[in-house]
Design a protein around this ligand. Sequence first.
Ligand code: BDP
Length: 693
Amino acid sequence: NDGYKLWLQYNQLENPSEWQKDCFEQYKINGSSSTLDIIDDEIQKASMGFFQKVANQEQNNPKLIISKISDLDLKKFKLDATKITDLGSEGFFIQELVTDSQDKTTIVAANTDIGLLYGTFHLLQKIQKNEWIPIEGIFQSPKTQHRLLNHWDNLDRTVERGYSGFSIWNWHRLPRHIDQQYIDYARANASIGINGTVLTNVNANSLVLTPEYLEKVKALADTFRPYGIKVYLTARFSSPIEIGGIKTADPLDKEVQNWWNKKAKEVYEYIPDFGGFVVKADSEGQPGPHNYGRTQADGANMLADAVAPFGGIVMWRAFVYSEKTPDDRHKQAFNEFKPLDGTFRENVIVQVKNGAIDFQPREPFHPLFGAMPKTPLMMEFQITQEYLGHDTHLAFLAPMYEEVLKEDTYVNGEGSEVAKTVDGSLHSHKLTAMAGVANIGTDRNWTGHHFHQANWFAYGKLAWDPYETSENIAEDWLKLTFTNNPDFVDPVKEIMLDSREMVVNYMTPLGLHHIMAESHHYGPGPWVTGGSRADWTATYYHQADENGIGFDRTSTGSNALGQYAEEIQTKWGDVNSIPEEHLLWFHHVSWDHQLQNGDNLWNNLAKYYQKGVEEARKNVKIWESLKGKIDDDRHQHVLSFMTIQAEEAEWWRDACLLYFGQFSKMPIPEGVEKPKYDLEHYMNYNPKNVPGI
Ligand code: BDP
């Protein structure tokens, strides 16, 4: 098993029940469309996997009916129409209903074919997990409107921060060749409710907006459409100059506006349901409205006006910061965007990373969440593990996503969780969205580490329902991907649920951040300093010296904390009441500062690093003991990666303790292993010293 089938394994069912068999022996699909053909095909695939048998359609006495509500005989099944009116355009319901003649039938119903596709996947997943449909039925509809993957894929097929091969978009062969992988990609996304894909890197190339490329984009859009997936592109702000032959890209210039209007019209001629644009502007060298003395809203609104006649949206990223701005990087997006609240067009949504710096193993939630009541905000999570050990380190990210979604912003009093800004309920916004930076590439198993498939899966599930729990997601993924056997599922679920904290322990405990190696961000680099930008160095963030360590972001320092609600300022502003996981993010504390457990900071730091190492080693042992419970192929592959992880956890521990120990001047406490080499060794060691990483 090479993992290509992801969570759609359709493993043989042990002792299938009558209900399970009936669903495949007597099923009926009402209507016809390409999406319904996909549903039919999915039922066949599942039947072959579950029972090694072809499934059988039955028109007269079906035991499973898949049907739009409008094509269903509601009276026959005594269905209460009021219960199903809220399903919207993507929701579904599944219920076992009894007719007057006492026939039991499982119904999957929805308002649209796409709703039926989601419902069918849900039913098939239930069957694989050996679960029943509860008597009261299942009624589901997504809590966010746009659930997108953001591919940071370049047109030359390299993937920025991609660790699983090259881009799956083969631009050279498109539009004439539609690779099977595009179809499998769409199917996998649909099975977890993802309904949009941004094909190109946020560091954008305007070539993708030329007719040659639009032909190719159209071919992908046509392939994805029956799966309910819309295509989006990143728009390079300077495109009017680069491909339009205009001298400026000033968003208030009439010629520029006309160019974008015409370009949008052209895009929609190729792709009538084109989703819209994502824009990274004025950030890390990307062009933007700042070049013309304009605001982010001026830029966003110009593009919004261009796509509005066609129903498109603009996802304008808040990841705007500059080395020329003297303020703490943490504060810059807030300072720039908050004053613009209420000035964006209705079809603009501001795309905000989960934290204010950059996808660290742990970040406090971004202070913009809740702070712009008049503007819809969307969440951007990173699925690819730029800062969490790339492809080889197992880190199940659902707990990280869940942690942020559950944080209370307090903007409307207690209970104003980040999730409520994402689903729009906090400030009554209809336009809602979530984006996840994809970890997908040409590797046979899509994501490099088999367990990183779980992060794609988890992202989809949380985009559909930001209130879902990591535990449910981990359990579902394991059962669908490997086996229902509790001897495997239970211990591995524990490994998954603790894995992100383990990574925090051996990389950045107690609120440390951005101490990874320069540029590629793999491995430790607390010594990284100097260079072109202070805000890309480690010393900017950890500020270690003989007096202590940590970034003072309280009122005595940068006061980034002042961007949060009063309740948070009070709690996090006090070195004794801030959750210790955020301590060094907001405070510069002395090495002998006493933590809640009575021990000093240095000893605690050292012990966290050691703990992370021990956890990584323990995972190897547990995993080894599970040999034979799943296929050898995947078992061996995961074992090999886990071994790398355990070795590299030591590398992190030793490098960081040697480096920080220079300042603390305190001995490595008992129970923490002594580093194998000296600091110089680690500073010169760069296993990723390969071009292109
Ligand atoms: C950082 C990455 C960089 C991205 C940037 C972004 O290092 O490659 O281009 O984020 O999100 O995490 O725009």
